[in-house]
Design a protein around this ligand. Structure first.
Ligand SMILES: [Zn+2]
Length: 401
C-alpha cells in the first residue's frame, strides 16, 4: 500500500502520483471559486502546474464561503478555522474521509518516531473534531485524551501528571508556556516518551526546554489549518521534509520564479472538498540543497520563516519581523519573550527569565540585539509566564497599532 510506505517512496513515483492527482482535481473537483478563476485557462486538465494562475490568501478569503467548496451540503462537513494573521478568520471545510486521511498521515509520522498503538496520548488542544464512528477513528481515540488548551496551567499540569502520557502533542507555544511555568513553580513534570509540537517554529531553545522538562524526544510538525500537514521534522536528519505525497509545493521568489528561498505556494492534492491550488500560504521557506542525502527522498527544507506575519514598524520606516528577532532566542536565561508595538514609536518587551540571570543583564543584552531607533520608545515588562492566545498560538511579535 502506497500510504504505508509514505515518505519512503521513490521520488519518481511521487512525481507521477502528483500529476495524476492534480489532473483529477482539475477534471472533477474545482470549486466555483476555481471554475471562475480558471475560466480563461487553456489546456485544462493536462496542464503543467506552473501555467495555472496563483491564488493569494486575501483573494481566497474575500470569496463567499459557498464558492470555496465542491459539496453543497455544508452540514455534513467538518469546519476547520484558522485564526488568520490579519485578524480575519477563515473557515475551510473537509469531509470525514479527508479528516481521517490526515490523521493517518499523522500516525505514520508518529510511527517513524517510535510510536506504538498502545501508547497513552494527550492532546493539549481546543476541541476534539474526531466525532466519526469508524473503526479507525475508534482505534485512534482509544488511548487518546484531549486536555483543553485554555485551561489554567496548574490544571493542565495536574491532568498531565495524573495521566502520565507516552505522547504529548500541542502547539509549540502552549508547551513552552507549560514548561516555563513548571520550572518557575518548581513542579516536576512526568517523563514523556515523545513530544510533538506544531503551530510555530520550534526554536533550539524551546526544544531544550521541552526535552529537559519532560525528559522526552521532541519533533515538530509544520502544517496550516487550510490544508493540513505540509511537512514533518525528519527523524533521520533533523531537517524538515515536505509531504510531497499530499501536496505540490513550490517556492517562488518575488517575481514568482522558482527559487531556493522564497514564498511557499501549495497545491493540496488530498483536499477535494475545499480545493487549494497554487495558494500562497504566507510563509517563507529555505530549501535544503537538492543533493541533501537522507533515507527520505522527499524535498527537505532548512527553515520556515514568518509563520508569524506581524511586523513592527520603526520610526524611520523600517520593519522588524519575526526572523530578525531570532537572535534574541540565543540569550542565556531568557525563557520567553514577546515584543508588542503599542504606538507609532512605542514598544513593549515582555519577557520571562530564569533565576540564573539578572533583569539588568537580560535588558542590556536585548538592547544590543534590537535596532537602535527602537530603544527610546522601548519599555521592559517582566512576566511569570507569557500565555498563548485562545487558538494556542502566541506571537513573538504583536503589532497593536
Ligand atoms: Zn531527512
Amino acid at each position: 500500500m502506497k500510504l504505508r510506505r509514505g515518505p519512503y517512496q521513490p521520488v519518481k513515483a511521487i512525481a507521477l502520483e502528483q500529476q495524476q492527482k492534480l489532473k483529477y482535481i482539475l477534471t472533477h473537483s474545482l470549486s466555483p471559486f476555481y471554475l471562475q478563476k480558471f475560466k480563461e485557462v487553456q489546456g485544462l486538465p493536462n496542464i503543467s502546474i506552473s501555467s495555472l494562475p496563483l491564488t493569494t490568501s486575501d483573494e481566497f478569503r474575500a470569496s463567499p464561503p459557498e464558492d470555496r467548496i465542491t459539496q453543497p451540503d455544508i452540514a455534513s462537513l467538518i469546519p476547520i478555522s484558522t485564526s488568520g494573521s490579519s485578524g480575519k478568520p477563515l473557515t475551510v471545510y473537509m469531509s470525514g474521509r479527508e479528516y481521517l486521511l490526515s490523521q493517518l498521515k499523522q500516525l505514520i509520522f508518529f510511527q517513524q518516531l517510535g510510536w506504538k498503538p498502545w501508547w497513552k496520548t494527550i492532546f493539549l488542544w481546543d476541541v476534539d473534531k474526531s466525532s466519526s464512528k469508524s473503526f479507525f477513528q475508534t482505534l485512534v481515540n482509544l488511548k487518546k485524551k484531549v486536555i483543553d488548551i485554555s485551561a489554567p496551567l496548574d490544571v493542565q499540569a495536574k491532568m498531565i501528571k495524573s495521566s502520565s502520557p507516552d505522547l504529548l502533542m500541542s502547539t509549540t507555544d502552549a508547551l513552552n508556556a507549560l514548561a516555563a511555568w513548571s520550572i518557575h513553580n518548581k513542579i516536576a513534570m512526568p517523563r514523556v516518551r515523545l513530544i510533538i509540537t506544531c503551530g510555530s517554529p520550534l526554536s533550539p531553545q524551546t526544544r531544550n526546554l521541552l526535552t529537559s522538562t519532560f525528559n522526552a524526544k521532541c519533533a515538530d510538525i509544520y502544517g496550516a489549518n487550510e490544508c493540513g500537514y505540509l511537512g514533518f521534522q525528519c527523524p533521520h536528519c533533523g531537517l524538515y521534509y515536505f509531504n510531497e505525497d499530499s501536496h505540490i509545493l513550490e517556492v517562488l521568489d518575488q517575481e514568482n520564479r522558482p527559487a531556493d528561498h522564497g514564498s511557499l505556494v501549495i497545491t493540496a492534492l488530498d483536499r477535494r472538498t475545499t480545493p487549494l491550488i497554487r495558494y500562497h500560504i504566507g510563509d517563507m521557506v529555505t530549501l535544503a540543497p537538492r543533493e541533501h542525502v537522507c533515507r527520505i527522498q522527499f524535498r527537505h527544507f532548512t527553515s520556515i520563516d514568518g509563520r508569524s506575519t506581524d511586523v513592527l514598524l520603526l520610526p524611520g520606516g523600517g520593519t522588524v519581523t519575526y526572523l530578525s528577532t531570532m537572535k534574541i532566542n540565543s540569550i542565556d536565561g531568557l525563557a520567553q519573550f514577546q515584543i508588542v508595538q503599542t504606538g507609532p514609536e512605542s514598544y513593549l518587551f515582555r519577557y520571562v527569565k530564569n533565576d540564573s540571570v539578572s533583569e539588568s543583564d537580560i535588558i542590556q543584552k536585548v538592547k544590543t540585539l534590537l535596532p537602535e531607533e527602537m530603544l527610546p520608545g522601548l519599555t521592559f515588562q517582566k512576566e511569570k509566564v507569557i500565555h498563548p492566545d485562545k487558538t494556542g498560538k502566541y506571537k513573538v511579535i504583536i503589532n497593536q497599532q
